[in-house]
Design a protein around this ligand. Structure first.
Ligand code: P6P
Length: 337
């Protein structure tokens, strides 16, 4: 196959240039304060994508030797990603503050009258960096409270916008402002995101389940019963489901958002509160899934209705197709056995 004119890859890259960009897609946002915050996160993710792509060559692989507030080994790309986002938001007058998995406390910007704050896991799944598995940035935008310090304890239901960026074979930014979810794919030649997934709808039921089966000995009886249920053979209900588990939340969530099915990281005896973080991992994912017609619970109730008590608190997280999440809830609460 010969390369298309002007392209070194054989893919006609001119098409993407006619598609709406992150800035032009939502006229009600482009130029708005909220749009400027989303655009800033998009700009930072372009920088992060280039660093992820060069990880091996730029010798940013490996660890800094430090440990973050979570007690986890810090990968160099975690820090570079966090710095890229802070730098972008520091240049965004609409952003008053930023909280991150990489920071014990939020940072605040000297932006008088700024309307929003951002919460973020700048590089989720970073333990997969060295083995070239898809990783990602997860974010939510909340309205700034008065005092601004109270902004970060708002329940997910109050999110103004949320989404994630998956650094995989392509770099895709998914975001929602509450009514539908949309995807933009980065054109690495232009450095711009172009609309590639308009109005994503999570299928009402899927064919895959995504959970770390290695933890099955630590699950409670309800989760064990659910896991047995999805593995039973029953053609009428599309079972058994296939297991798909990357071990990178953004990768597992993105597949589930587009194809349906269910992702679950339930509480277990190792992680009695769950492993994933409520404010900057579960809430943004829950917001996107509900906006796309899916569901997101902690096993019993909607993630978005949980009142955060601490910035870095953990939660069980179950996201996916509405019917699949409801089946999980029924088993997890003992309604079914
Ligand atoms: P486990 C990655 O470390 C992460 O925080 C999420 O991205 C992922 O879903 C989860 O942990 C994987 O955890 O215990 O299955 O390795």
């Amino acid at each position: 196959m010969t390369a298309a004119p002007g392209s070194s890859t054989g893919i006609n890259n001119n098409v993407s240039k006619t598609l709406p960009t992150l800035e032009t897609f939502a006229p009600e946002h482009s130029g708005s304060a909220l749009g400027s915050v989303i655009a800033a996160i998009g700009d930072a993710s372009v920088t992060i994508a280039s660093q992820v792509r060069l990880a091996g060559l730029a010798e940013v692989l490996g660890v800094t030797g430090d440990v973050n507030v979570q007690g986890e080994e810090v990968q160099k790309l975690d820090i570079l990603s966090n710095d890229a986002i802070i730098s972008a938001l520091d240049k965004t007058p609409a952003c008053a503050g930023y909280a991150s998995e990489e920071l014990e406390q939020p940072v605040y910007f000297d932006h008088a009258g700024a309307e929003y704050v951002v919460v973020c896991d700048p590089l989720d799944g970073s333990s997969n960096i060295d083995v070239d598995v898809s990783i990602g940035t997860i974010f939510a935008v909340l309205r700034a409270s008065d005092p601004v310090e109270d902004s970060f304890s708002q329940a997910g239901r109050r999110i103004a916008a949320a989404g994630y960026v998956v650094y995989g074979p392509s770099t895709v930014l998914i975001f929602s402002t509450g009514d539908g979810a949309h995807g933009f794919t980065l054109n690495p030649e232009s450095g711009r995101f172009h609309l590639s997934h308009e109005d994503i709808r999570v299928p009402s039921q899927g064919k895959t389940y995504s959970i770390n089966e290695g933890n099955s000995g630590t699950w409670d009886d309800g989760v064990k019963s659910w896991a047995a249920h999805v593995k039973e053979s029953d053609k009428a209900s599309g079972r058994p489901y296939s297991l798909r588990y990357v071990g990178s939340l953004v990768a597992d969530a993105h597949r589930t958002l587009l194809k349906g099915g269910i992702f679950a990281y339930p509480a277990d005896t190792k992680s009695p509160e769950g492993k994933l973080r409520l404010v900057y991992e579960a809430n943004p994912m829950a917001y996107v899934f509900e906006a796309a017609g899916g569901a997101a619970i902690n096993g019993a109730k909607s993630i978005l209705d949980i009142q955060p008590e601490k910035l870095h608190q953990r939660t069980p997280l179950v996201i996916g197709s509405a019917e699949d999440v409801e089946t999980f809830r029924a088993f997890a609460t003992g309604e079914r056995s």
